[in-house]
Design a binder for this molecule. Structure first.
Ligand code: CP
Ligand code: NVA
Length: 309
């Protein structure tokens, strides 16, 4: 019997598997009729304990486009909201559904859901947002392809300007380590990623307190909100700490001339990014949002056809 595969973090895939998933994502985007029966008759629970627009809708549509049955479960609409343990929910859902997509707070809760005997996909925790990174990496590849340029990951420099301890920064760090590019992270003191993740990233991560230093020479400039879901009480403190970290035209002036801007959304315009950059020709933010659909379809198709040996 083959073991199920979970997607807890980006490195739940090998580099070869990641490249395969991204290649399939591009193929699915190019041919809307591709993969129509990949999930035929399979139900996928999409369990959301935090708000979501892109992740929920792209998974819901993606499962349906692959012939599967998406089942959206929210905290308030289920017994999770009344305290039913995740480890019980996991085993119950596995009796009805052939995969679970799960957005929650802690990694510990996510790991409990992995007790289910079906594949479990991380749809965001406080520590990671790996399905977002699939779309982000796909978008980077698309930018180079659209220009007819060869993408050599080892020569790529990406900047992340913002909260270095956030799920998004940490998943970008993991991507840099896995794909072999340089992530130049600009974050204020007190917002560094966990020390073991910095150590694991080695030469692929360069941390500074200066957004200009991080953005200088970067091909991709990425940012995310300063206050993530669940941190609302810290908003005032964070607004003060991140002053000067806005991605605006003045900052982009230091990037590579053809640099593009990414943001996983939702954005707080006027805080981590301004209107001009969001609406500029450098922005690939809405392609990135669309690519959630294609890359997650590729991931689901992969998880249903591959298992660990
Ligand atoms: N980027 C992202 O995960 O968006 P949602 O919170 O809307 O799902
Ligand atoms: N860092 C953000 C990402 C949202 C998609 C959050 O966790 O709220």
């Amino acid at each position: 019997m083959t073991a199920k595969r979970d997607f807890a973090r980006l490195s739940s895939l090998t580099l070869t598997e990641l490249k395969g998933v991204l290649a399939e994502a591009h193929a699915l985007k190019a041919d809307k009729s591709r993969g129509r029966t990949a999930l035929l008759g399979k139900a996928v629970a999409i369990v959301m304990e935090k708000a979501s627009t892109r992740t929920r809708i792209s998974f819901e549509v993606g499962v349906a486009e692959l012939g599967g049955i998406p089942v959206v479960v929210t905290t308030q609409g289920s017994q999770l909201g009344r305290g039913e343990p995740v480890k019980d929910t996991a085993r119950v859902l596995a009796g009805y559904c052939q995969a679970i997509v799960y957005r929650t707070s802690t990694t510990a809760r996510f790991d409990e859901m992995c007790l289910a005997k079906v594949p479990v996909v991380n749809a965001l925790t406080d520590d990671a947002h790996p399905v977002q990174l699939l779309a982000d990496l796909m978008t980077v590849e698309e930018v180079f392809r659209s220009r007819g340029e060869l993408l050599d990951w080892s020569k790529l420099r990406c900047a992340f300007v913002g909260d270095g301890s956030s799920n998004m920064a940490r998943s970008w760090i993991e991507a840099a380590r896995l794909c072999g590019f340089t992530l130049a992270l600009a974050t204020p003191e007190g917002f560094d990623p966990p020390a073991h993740e910095v150590a694991e990233a080695g030469k692929h991560l360069v941390i500074s307190r200066d957004p200009v230093a991080a953005v200088t020479g970067s091909h991709i400039v990425n940012t995310d909100v300063w206050t993530s879901m669940g941190q609302e009480e810290e908003t005032a403190k964070r607004l003060a700490a991140f002053a000067g970290y806005t991605v605006n035209e003045a900052l982009m002036h230091h990037a590579s001339p053809s640099a593009v801007v990414l943001h996983c959304l939702p954005a707080h315009r006027g805080e981590e990014i301004d209107d001009d950059v969001m609406e500029s020709s450098r922005s690939r933010i809405f392609d990135q949002a669309e690519n959630r659909l294609h890359s997650q379809k590729a991931l689901l198709a992969f998880l249903f056809t591959h298992a660990s040996s």
